[in-house]
Design a protein around this ligand. Sequence first.
Ligand SMILES: Nc1ncnc2c1ncn2[C@@H]1O[C@H](COP(=O)(O)OP(=O)(O)O)[C@@H](O)[C@H]1O
Ligand SMILES: [Mg+2]
Length: 481
Amino acid sequence: MSEAVTRTVTTSPGLLASLDPLLREWLPRQRWFAGKGRPVTGFSPVAATELLPPGGKLGLYHLLVRAHQPVTPVPGAPEPPADCYQLLIGEREALPPRLAPALIGHVTEGPLAGRTVYDALHDPRPGELLLEALRTGARIGALRFERDGAQEIRSALVPRLVTSEQSNSSVVYGDTFILKLLRRVVPGVNPDLELPLALAREDCDRVPAPTAWFHADLAGESYVLGVLQPFVQGAADGWELALRELAKGEDFAAEARALGRATAEVHMALARTLPTVTLGHTQVQHLVDGMVERLEAATQAVPALRPYAPGLRSAFEALAGLAAEGRTWTAQRIHGDLHLGQCLRSPGGRWWLIDFEGEPSKSLAERRMPQPPVRDVAGMLRSFDYAAHSADLPVPGWADACRAAYCAGYAQAGGADPRTDPVLLRAYETDKAIYEVVYEARHRPDWLPVPLSAIHRLAADTGTPAPSLPSSPPAPRRPRP
Ligand SMILES: Nc1ncnc2c1ncn2[C@@H]1O[C@H](COP(=O)(O)OP(=O)(O)O)[C@@H](O)[C@H]1O
Ligand SMILES: [Mg+2]
């Protein structure tokens, strides 16, 4: 048993103050930092747990800190709380060269003065400590480690940090497990643990079943901090695979069909085990109001969208119209952020869905709300379109074939064929494409033609004449969906 699990929480007076100037520089540079574009003006501690004592070869702190940033006030709305981040801070006298990329900085004052601090996940030792705590169901200060007793966790697996671009941070243990550490954390039930656990109860084998997890219990609130699950060995994600096939000029219809089946299986299992609700006129009108509001904000922000606004609005009005006539829909828990990059295929050809966090920019309450499952379908269809546009050589009809195959696979597995509800599907695809237009205009203007071509199609769906599409330059390779 490691010494870490017997130590208790320390408030480490002065610790955060001494790290403050370094974290202000370092945190905004991290891929997973959510508050890009606004300076960090200070930190406040939520919890500090000493995992290894300072001053030795390696000291280790688990920190939950709020990063304060200026916010634009919204009239009548309370100021949102500052984002809370999970940090694992290592401290040493000096960093060996292999840890240079993990450097946070050299501390000049406070309890760690003279020491070098770094992102400890780059070091194997903290990964070992976390696995041991998960394996033994440890309690360390406010940190609570829990596990599924039915799954075995071998000790002494070798950890390695996943270095690909991620919204969180993951550690792989000897190709057996993967531990996802959530970086921006919020109190409450987190769908990234809740949904895979619910699916495991339903014996749904499309999602790796959580093996162990940990959270912090603070002032009556629980923050989910990490989830350990079996590692799908030798897997490639759907985005990589789709691009690979495109580069060879191959179609992807068989894979899209299998993905459709996997999606339907997950949806059906979620609908069996978690509450569903019926959406009537009032609820659908509320959904439509949100879509129209996002359209209006988007046309303000992106002038290229303006000629399409009436056509796009008609997609939403058609849905409200059906609801006014008495049509109802079933809403249920869904993935919430489904795209090719959230699907893994193992070498045997089996598809898995991962990352049930939902849209990280939304509140937990919004992410946990039942929604029409077509919303996930729309996300995947948009992802096929993005992949098709990122090929060096376009493969005519590639995305259309994926689209048809995915919907057919979905129906084959027992889901309702999304194509039988074209009004609902169009509304969700339109909402998603509008989101993409705003995102690309802000972050990757070269990519704007991709969602704009979908906007052109979706706006024209009504039979009203659409403005002619401006010619677009070829998009650069390999965007993330
Ligand atoms: N169970 C798993 N087996 C193998 N690889 C995985 C597994 N879960 C996640 N990954 C890999 O880690 C990456 C990030 O995981 P994900 O849950 O999507 O985290 P994030 O929230 O950071 O996007 C995935 O794209 C995938 O490559
Ligand atoms: Mg992901």
